[in-house]
Design a protein around this ligand. Structure first.
Ligand code: FBP
Length: 263
């Protein structure tokens, strides 16, 4: 296993991945609140903030914008993804290969696994191919480990999130990106289940400054290495000061009140 601590996407063993694949995953609705975010260039500009250790995008956005930002932003190539127009059991098309991502200059690979979906078996097989190819290029692999599907009753229960973290370890991911299960104790269970695989918290829909920072603090206190976040950053009118606050909580491990003072 390649510890992500040695990779360019980590800063002192911590990470803040700015996710921007929402135009595919959710569509125009996510840009409604701040229409400027529809323009990928504006979000790449946000990703040049010091707190951001990598930007996660799909192939088309990487091809069109990464060459202009490669000196300032680390690229996390999100290999699979599906639109919200798809109405079947959770599944995700593999949209680019590790070879092509490496050719474009990717610093890390991202891959979604929907544990519990009727498509879990084929997704795990696709993940295997991507994970093994990533090893050839020495690229760390971040698994968006999102249990969901018709058999799943509660996709954020402590047990489910701990299972998601463990699935990432078992399948060879270096980093497990999981939803916050609601408490430091539950997140700590997930971190323990992940063993040597590092855990990061997934952002979710936009909440208040304090509520979001409290969740991030809860995750960091539980041993999570940071955050992979989209809407809670770029849907804010002023994302930069909020990134200052996240930088404080994640990298400096300050209190939430201290971080809020930076906004
Ligand atoms: P957010 O912080 O905005 O939730 O982004 C994280 C992320 O994993 C994105 O990469 C992805 O587009 C989105 O969440 C998918 O969310 P969901 O599958 O829950 O709709």
């Amino acid at each position: 296993m390649r510890p992500f601590e040695d990779s360019p996407i980590s800063r002192d063993g911590k990470v803040l991945i700015l996710a921007y694949d929402h135009g595919l995953e959710h569509g125009p609705v996510d840009f409604r609140e701040v229409p400027e975010t529809m323009d990928p260039g504006n979000v790449w500009d946000i990703a040049t903030h010091d707190a951001v250790s990598a930007m996660a995008v799909q192939k088309g956005i990487a091809e069109a914008y990464y060459p202009s930002y490669e000196d300032d932003v680390n690229l996390l190539a999100k290999l699979n993804g599906t639109s919200n127009l798809w109405m079947g059991e959770p599944d995700s098309a593999v949209n680019w290969s590790v070879d092509y991502a490496a050719e474009l200059g990717a610093d890390a690979i991202g891959f979604t696994l929907y544990g519990g979906s009727n498509h879990e078996i084929e997704m795990a097989e696709e993940f295997r191919r991507a994970q093994e190819a990533a090893r050839d290029y020495d690229l760390p692999v971040v698994m968006w480990s999102y249990p969901r599907g018709q058999g799943l009753k509660d996709d954020t229960s402590p047990e489910t999130i701990a299972y998601a973290a463990r699935q990432a370890l078992e399948l060879g991911a270096d980093v497990a990106k999981v939803k916050y299960p609601g408490s430091t104790e539950a997140m700590s269970f997930a971190v323990d289940m992940a063993g040597p695989t590092d855990v990061v918290m997934s952002g979710g829909s936009k909440t208040s400054d304090r509520d979001f920072l409290e969740s991030v603090k809860g995750a960091v206190d539980a041993g999570a290495k940071g955050l992979a976040v989209g809407r809670n950053v770029w849907q804010r009118e002023e994302p930069e000061p909020f990134l200052d606050a996240l930088e404080a909580v994640i990298y400096e491990e300050t209190s939430v009140d201290e971080a809020l003072d930076r906004i």
